[in-house]
Design a protein around this ligand. Structure first.
Ligand SMILES: *Cc1c(COP(=O)(O)O)cnc(C)c1O
Length: 392
């Protein structure tokens, strides 16, 4: 066999491999590990969504190849969701929506529609790792936009050199943000749209957590900015709001040239989403509030235990208004990796080292809210026992 393609060879080593091996070892040794590591809802998919899958799975019409763009009825449900949820009434389901096999699929594949070898994408640091790896696999380079706590974990566009901005093809944004839990207001998106127009960049806004928000905070869509459709697409997902991570259904909305390019690309790579799953997705999109408000209350209660507990130990964290992540600095004397290892060894609690999300994540760790309240409280009790008071 000849050697693997460069794009595969260049995939960075999996940064959590070490910690996953340790978790396996600890579990094998019969230890009671509490994982605050995985960003995957522990709550079940609601019954009405499952029932819609079962009902439509019996119809032989749905046993054939779906279209790559997805059923018009699913795309209409997305457009109606945008109208009800964000007051955006001009999403055209024919030309401005494409169904995705989970938003991750589209997030990766859109790079192949825009990025030629040597092109540049602007990518937040820290970030969901797919933006940078997919950029690399398409032959492009990432220019990091540092997310600093002093700036609310928002990129500062004026720090990007004009020469880079003029060459950049895509700019990735993600609010509410994984891994930092930060949120962005409409003024930030206005600034982003103006920057993208000035430098002729396509903004790819990853909106996976738009519904996972707390304390009355309501996340905006980038399309609330007038004219944003000229320069932006937004990636949405049924995974997080409807507890459907295993089902694989998401969508992209916005600029028709970009949506069409992605649809064309996809029609050469995949054959769409099983229609019964699209029907299930419609059931979620048509009645999001009932499903989402119950989850919000659960995540917020867990967040209060986690952040409250950390703050009692000496952290000074704000309560995140969105996502199910808490992003916190590691105490003095630790790297993000050594702290995660210490907490795993001594407290038998899994947290993820921030360095796994990019160089600017060094010095931080991420803990998730996808663990029940009593286990969260137990995790905090264990951490208090081994850490006492922390210093920075
Ligand atoms: C979970 C997640 C996704 C992917 O969601 P799918 O629709 O399940 O592929 C995308 N972006 C971020 C930031 C996520 O955390």
């Amino acid at each position: 066999m000849k050697e693997l393609a460069k794009r595969v060879q260049q995939i960075p080593p999996y940064l959590f491999a070490d910690i996953e091996r340790k978790i396996d070892e600890a579990k094998q040794a019969g230890k009671d590990i509490i994982s605050l590591g995985i960003g995957d809802p522990d709550l079940p998919t609601p019954d009405n969504i499952i029932e819609e899958l079962c009902r439509t799975a019996h119809d032989p019409v749905n046993h054939q190849y779906p279209s790559s763009q997805g059923m018009l009825s699913f795309r209409k449900a997305v457009a109606e969701f945008y109208a009800r949820r964000f007051g955006i009434n001009d999403i055209d389901p024919n030309n401005e929506v494409c169904t995705l096999i989970g938003s991750k699929e589209g997030i990766a594949n859109i790079n192949y529609c825009f990025v030629d070898p040597g092109d540049i994408n602007l990518i937040p640091d820290p970030a969901y790792p797919v933006y940078a790896t997919a950029t690399m696999m398409a032959g492009g380079f990432s220019y990091p936009m540092r997310l600093d706590p002093e700036h609310g974990f928002l990129p500062q566009f004026d720090l990007i050199p004009d020469g880079i901005a003029d060459r950049a093809k895509l700019m990735w944004l993600n609010y509410p943000n994984n891994p930092t839990g930060a949120v962005a207001d409409l003024a930030f998106f206005e600034e982003a749209v103006a920057f993208a127009k000035k430098h002729d960049i396509l903004i790819c806004h990853d909106s996976a957590y738009s519904e996972m928000t707390y304390d009355g905070y309501v996340a905006p869509s980038i399309f609330e900015v007038p004219g944003a459709k000229d320069v932006a697409v937004e990636f949405g997902s049924c995974s997080k709001p409807f507890n459907m991570t295993g089902w694989r259904i998401g969508f992209v909305v916005g600029n028709s040239v970009a949506v069409k390019a992605l649809t064309t690309y996809k029609s050469n790579v995949d054959s769409g989403v099983f229609q019964a799953i699209q029907y299930a997705g419609i059931a979620g999109l048509n009645h999001p509030e009932e499903i989402v408000s119950a989850s919000r209350a659960k995540y917020a209660a867990r967040r209060d235990i986690l952040v409250g507990g950390l703050n009692e130990m000496g952290w000074d964290l704000a309560y995140p208004k969105g996502t199910f992540y808490v992003w916190a600095p590691v105490p003095k004397g630790y790297t993000s990796g050594s702290f995660a290892e210490f907490i795993l060894d001594k407290a038998e609690v899994v947290i993820t080292p921030g360095a796994g999300y990019g160089p600017a994540g060094e010095g931080f760790f991420r803990a998730t809210l996808t663990t029940e309240e009593n286990r969260m409280a137990e995790a905090i009790a264990r951490m208090k026992k081994v850490l006492g008071k922390v210093e920075f």
